[in-house]
Design a protein around this ligand. Structure first.
Ligand SMILES: NC(=O)c1ccc[n+]([C@@H]2O[C@H](COP(=O)([O-])OP(=O)(O)OC[C@H]3O[C@@H](n4cnc5c(N)ncnc54)[C@H](OP(=O)(O)O)[C@@H]3O)[C@@H](O)[C@H]2O)c1
Length: 336
């Protein structure tokens, strides 16, 4: 099947009732009533991404889907393949490097079918990639990039996102060290290396050998407790399913912090240093807005066919300003 679907078709939002997906569905509904079709296991069009062939059958059944927004983590690149083979555009908010590499390998196939797949969509990866690309360009090609992400402990993060965070805590932390950066509105904070996918894909995408993403929480005490526990062996313990279940329940509960987030990108080359930052609240909502804008741009025909990380698409480079204009975030130039 290599037919390119009409760009006037509908948009299937898989995970369309989740913390991220509900924003995508609402934004698309606002821009183009009737166009968004939410899907999931328990509500909307029935789709289970763990069922091989499940998304393909749903696309064939609906018949007029021009784009899919994937707002849940699938087990492999099968869901992306179902889109690409049918010439259906894809916007994917996943943050797991292995999965993103699997989708990136579908590039030639997507070029042949005319499908565009946008990867690294959201806050981190996503807006971090765009800020990193700006700082990289300003120093004339960085040899090192540091990304810092602060998340609010008061936000009710979606179950799928919490599962991802707990699994990432279990991953070996690698060789990078904690670092301190000033984050607008949050003071100077110690952030700890964390396996967000942006640092891996940006190394190849921008050709920068040394990229590290670090995480801290709005609460200094919770940050110290969480990463202190990781050093003390919580990470290894979290490789066991039972410990992961307990941690997932603990992190999923609503905590007394706020729902504000901040991200900062620093690029370095010799003595040159450039930094960009942004702040906002409700990271799930902002991730959904990034995804909604990405799919709208894909449907407008402004993106080339193939699989692309967001920083490789000039038509999406102005998204931080677009979202700032909509009041979803604020942009900052930290002192360097
Ligand atoms: N790039 C970024 O910055 C960023 C930021 C936040 C989140 N994320 C990613 O976004 C994803 C969603 O996060 P979230 O916070 O929205 O999670 P969430 O609130 O748990 O939403 C997940 C949604 O997917 C559906 N779902 C779960 N398993 C499914 C399956 N096997 N097949 C089809 N649908 C399924 C759920 O509905 P049913 O239970 O009815 O199926 C639910 O509507 C996560 O993978 C997270 O890592 C990325």
């Amino acid at each position: 099947m290599t037919t390119v679907k009409s760009d006037a078709g509908r948009v299937l939002v898989v995970g369309g009732f989740g913390a991220v997906g509900a924003t995508v569905t609402a934004a698309l509904e606002d821009w183009s009533p009737g166009r968004a079709v939410p899907a999931g296991r328990s509500r909307g069009v029935p789709v289970d991404v763990t069922d091989p062939g499940g998304l393909g059958r749903a696309l064939d059944g609906l018949g007029d889907v021009a784009a899919v927004v994937l707002c849940v983590e699938p087990p492999d690149e099968g869901a992306a393949r179902a889109c690409v083979e049918r010439g259906v555009h894809l916007v994917d908010v996943n943050a797991t490097p292995r999965l993103l590499d699997g989708v990136a390998a579908l590039h030639d196939r997507a070029v042949r079918t005319g499908a565009t797949a946008v990867l690294s969509v959201g806050l981190a990866p996503g807006l971090t990639n765009l800020l990193a690309a700006r700082a990289h360009e300003e120093v004339g090609g960085a040899d090192r990039i540091d990304l810092t992400v602060l998340l609010g402990t008061g936000e009710r993060h979606g179950a799928d996102a919490v599962r991802w965070t707990v699994r990432s805590l279990a991953a070996p932390p690698g060789g990078a060290r904690p670092a301190r950066f000033a984050l607008p509105g949050h003071g100077t904070r110690t952030a700890h290396p964390f396996p967000f996918s942006d640092q891996y894909t940006l190394r190849a995408g921008l050709g920068v050998p040394d990229v590290t993403t670090r995480l801290c929480l709005d609460s200094r005490a919770l940050t110290a407790a969480l990463f202190g526990a990781r050093r003390a062996g919580l990470g290894r313990a979290a490789r066991h399913a039972r410990v992961r279940r307990v941690l997932t329940a603990a992190l999923g509960a609503v905590h007394p912090g706020g729902d504000g987030f901040a991200v900062r990108a620093d690029a370095w080359r010799g003595g040159r240093h450039a930094a960009h930052a942004l702040t906002g609240s409700a990271q799930s909502r902002v991730t959904g807005l990034v995804a909604a804008h990405a799919v709208r741009t894909a449907l407008s025909g402004a993106l080339p066919p193939g699989v692309h990380h967001i920083e490789g698409l000039p038509a999406l480079a102005g998204l931080p300003e677009t979202l700032a204009g909509e009041g979803a975030l604020a942009l900052h130039r930290p002192e360097v």
